[in-house]
Design a protein. Structure first.
Length: 228
């Protein structure tokens, strides 16, 4: 190699580059929202909505005041519709009024570890904290109450009740290595067995109506005539 190329080669070997990627997060984490929605789904799974099959039902939602209120209302509407109820927009056109209320919808977290805590010795000496195994746990809880009454007589239909359910997400660290995830949130993310077999496709029209197709014109064959 020619000596005049030596400085260029050395500068190329010492040069380095870096790339900075800017990311942003939402105000609420996806884990928090999934914990709440999973707890709501579990709470409603304990309620039998088949009693409203074939009835005109008005869902009274003014007593639902919690985080993710729209998801709670939409989940109730979904359960009523799949049970065979007909949802009406006003109480005066309903046979049954269902009042829903939220008793508590939210999350909480805790942290625990296996190891030795920080110990302060006499003088200026301090034994630092040592963690062998650490677990960070976050829980979501939902308590939903329901009561139904006759829209005409205003008489209660059954005792009603409350449904409480929880969901959890655990993060495990061993000697600083991890996390290893566990909990009901991980289980709910995996597809249910035979989910495709149990799914019933709705009878939607095969395609949306559009302008009628233009009729195809028959192409006439041309005969070549040759004169004598």
């Amino acid at each position: 190699m020619h000596p005049r190329f030596l400085p260029t080669v050395l500068l190329s070997a010492l040069a380095c580059g870096c790339t900075t990627t800017q990311t942003s997060n939402t105000a609420r984490t996806a884990t928090e929202q999934l914990l709440i929605s999973n707890a709501v789904d579990r709470a409603l799974d304990k309620v039998d909505f088949q009693a409203f099959s074939g009835r005109n039902v008005y869902l009274e939602e003014k007593y639902i005041d919690c985080v993710d209120k729209n998801y709670v209302i939409a989940s109730l509407r979904h359960r009523l519709l799949t049970a065979g109820a007909t949802l009406v927009p006003a109480a005066d056109t309903a046979q049954v009024v269902v009042e829903a209320r939220s008793g508590g919808v939210g999350t909480s977290s805790s942290e625990s570890f296996l190891g030795t805590p920080e110990i302060a010795l006499p003088g200026m000496l301090t034994i630092p904290e040592v963690r062998f195994v650490t677990r960070t746990r976050q829980e979501g809880a939902a308590k939903i109450g329901l009561v139904a009454y006759d829209a005409t007589t205003k008489q209660v239909l059954g005792p009603g009740g409350q449904s409480l359910a929880q969901s959890d997400n655990n993060l495990w660290y061993a000697a600083g290595i991890g996390p290893v995830r566990s909990g009901s949130l991980i289980t709910s993310r995996s597809p249910a067995p035979n989910s495709q077999k149990n799914y019933r496709r709705p009878n939607f029209p095969p395609r949306c109506p559009s302008r009628p197709a233009r009729p195809r014109l028959k192409r006439r064959s041309r005969k070549c005539l040759s004169g004598n």
